[in-house]
Design a protein around this ligand. Structure first.
Ligand SMILES: [Zn+2]
Ligand SMILES: [Zn+2]
Length: 175
C-alpha cells in the first residue's frame, strides 16, 4: 500500500473503496469506469468520488487525465489509453500499459489465467505476440527498452509507460 499525502482530508476506507472500484471496473470491462459509474459502484456522492480520485492520483495509485480530472488514464497495470500493447482475454480486451504492465495482467485477472499480449517493434514495425500466463515468463528473444530512468518515472508516468517497449533485438533498439 502506498503512503497517502498527509495534507489532503481523507477517509482511508472510502479511498480504498474507490481504488478497488476503479480496479474492478478496469478488470471487468477493459475501460476505466467514469465518475457516475464509480459513484454507483461505491454508493458515494460524485463529489466525494472526485476527492478520492484526487487523493489516489496524488499518492500514485492511479493517474488522472490532466485535461479532465474525472477521467482515469491509468491504474497500473491498466490503462484507458493506447500505449503500444493490447491484452486480449477470453471476452475482454485491455490496453496494456507498457512492457511490464501488459505481462502483469494475468496475475490480477482472476478469470483470465492467460492472455494474448501483442505489440509492434517501435523500430521496424514487426508484430510480436505472446500467450502470457501466471506460471512462467513467455518464450522469446525480444529486448525490453526503458527510456526513462525509474527515479524519474513519475515525472510523467504516461510518457514513461508509453516508452517502455519491446523490440526485436538490440539492433532495433539502436535504430
Ligand atoms: Zn508501465
Ligand atoms: Zn524490430
Amino acid at each position: 500500500m502506498t503512503e497517502h499525502a498527509s495534507s489532503a482530508p481523507m477517509n482511508l476506507d472510502e479511498t480504498e473503496t474507490v481504488r478497488l472500484a476503479v480496479y474492478h471496473g478496469f478488470a471487468r470491462t477493459g475501460q476505466a469506469p467514469g465518475l457516475p459509474g464509480l459513484a454507483a459502484l461505491t454508493g458515494l456522492a460524485p463529489d466525494r468520488v472526485r476527492q478520492e480520485l484526487r487523493t489516489l492520483h496524488d499518492s500514485h495509485d492511479l493517474v488522472l487525465d490532466p485535461q479532465d480530472n474525472d477521467r482515469v488514464v491509468m491504474a497500473h497495470p491498466f490503462a484507458s489509453v493506447p500505449l503500444g500493447f493490447s491484452v486480449m482475454g477470453t471476452r475482454t480486451l485491455w490496453w496494456g500499459g507498457c512492457a511490464w504492465d501488459s505481462f502483469a495482467m494475468p496475475h490480477l485477472l482472476r478469470d483470465e489465467p492467460d492472455v494474448l499480449v501483442a505489440t509492434r517493434c517501435p523500430a521496424c514495425d514487426t508484430p510480436h505476440a505472446w500467450v502470457v500466463g501466471r506460471e512462467a515468463p513467455p518464450q522469446g528473444g525480444q529486448v525490453a527498452h526503458f527510456l526513462i530512468p525509474m527515479s524519474r518515472a513519475w515525472d510523467d508516468v504516461v510518457h514513461t509507460c508509453g516508452n517502455q517497449r519491446l523490440f526485436c533485438s538490440t539492433d532495433c533498439v539502436d535504430t
